[in-house]
Write a protein that binds this ligand. Structure first.
Ligand code: HMG
Ligand code: MG
Length: 296
């Protein structure tokens, strides 16, 4: 493997879980620092209900303030038709739809059962595609649910197939609460990639128990070369108790570049985004590399 696609989700997954909301102009500055460091795909916000995720209530203003570059894709989560209408009114490049492999998390997160969610997402994907917008997908709680515990792989397989049928181009498999271990990741991905081509899948690992980096590595071993990560190791889901940050982009870039795998990201420049976020959020962020560079 020589190249990995990294999807930077810190501005969305990260900031949705912080008690302090950052001003839009600070988010724009962070987006610019990430892009300057070489990040090409950023998930920047969500057009969800602002009462459910107030930290991202500035979605439209942010989407319209981002730099427009042909080689950079800025994406937003869209849960339903209302979210799509709001997003289509902005300059955002691309959308992502999401649902969970476990019924209870799906209800807590988007107030619907899994089966009730399908037609909602079908409509979003159809309308977005008709407007020339690509749609990514997420399946949460693939490796465990905070409410139901173990989640059968058949749930994930069914959802992945439904999303592909809808026209979603890539599906990110979420370890929402960071419970996955390498053997479990290997077994689940081995089984799933018998049904679904690996190049349609991505890994999205939260680091609650310190296993995110090794799980990302196992994902690559299974031929899945798109990985989500968050600068500084920010992240979490407000509707999944116990969810800590995503695997830190700095730590992933350090590991991959050390293995001779190209990421296209300049690590020193990337750290600038994390340091600014630390200053603005008033706390240290969990990325190990960020802390080690700061300590020099
Ligand atoms: P609901 O209350 O069931 O919505 O919320 P509703 O359809 O019944 O509508 C109720 C009211 O909300 C209506 O207004 C709608 O217009 C309005 P009224 O007529 O009463 O004045 N409304 C909206 N307003 C703005 N934007 C919208 C919208 N939709 C309806 N999009 C809803 C359903 C999905 C909106 C809500 O549950 C929600 O916003 N949930 C978001 C939760 C969330 O953002 N979770 C975190 C992201 S997922 C994640 O982090 C996991 C991931 O990282 C992968 C992993 O780690 O596993 C992706
Ligand atoms: Mg997440």
């Amino acid at each position: 493997m020589q190249k990995v696609k990294l999807v930077e989700v810190g501005l969305r997954d990260g900031l949705q879980n912080e008690s302090r909301s950052l001003p839009t102009e600070v988010k724009v500055t962070i987006a610019n620092l990430l892009i300057d460091a070489g990040v090409k795909e950023l998930e920047v916000t969500s057009f969800v209900h602002p009462k459910w995720v107030p930290q991202l209530a500035d979605a439209a203003e942010l989407a319209n303030s981002l730099p427009r570059r042909p080689d950079v894709c800025c994406r937003a989560l869209v849960p339903n038709r209302k979210g799509l209408e709001r997003a289509l009114d902005t300059n955002i490049d691309e959308f992502a739809v999401f649902l969970s492999a476990s019924e209870t998390h799906n209800r807590k997160n988007i107030n619907k059962g899994i089966r009730e969610t399908y037609p909602v997402l079908e409509e979003v994907v159809r309308e977005a595609t008709a407007k020339g917008k690509r749609v990514r997908g997420y399946v949460s709680t693939v490796f465990g649910c905070p409410y139901e515990g173990e989640v059968p792989l058949s749930n994930t397989a069914e959802i992945v197939n439904r999303l592909l049928e809808m026209g979603v181009y890539e599906i990110s498999l979420g370890d929402t609460i960071g419970v996955a271990t390498p053997r479990q990741v290997k077994e689940k991905l081995k089984a799933l990639t018998r049904e679904v081509p690996a190049d349609r899948l991505a890994g999205h690992f939260h680091d609650t128990r310190g296993t995110a980096l090794v799980n990302a590595y196992v994902c690559l071993e299974q031929g899945i070369t798109t990985l989500d990560s968050a600068f500084g190791g920010l992240g979490g889901c407000p509707y999944a108790p116990g969810a800590a940050g995503n695997v830190a982009t700095e730590d992933l870039v350090y590991m991959l570049e050390g293995m001779g795998v190209e990421t296209g990201i300049d690590l020193e420049a990337l750290c600038e985004a994390g340091w600014l976020a630390e200053k603005q959020l008033g706390k240290k962020l969990p990325s190990k590399v960020l802390q080690s560079v700061a300590a020099k």
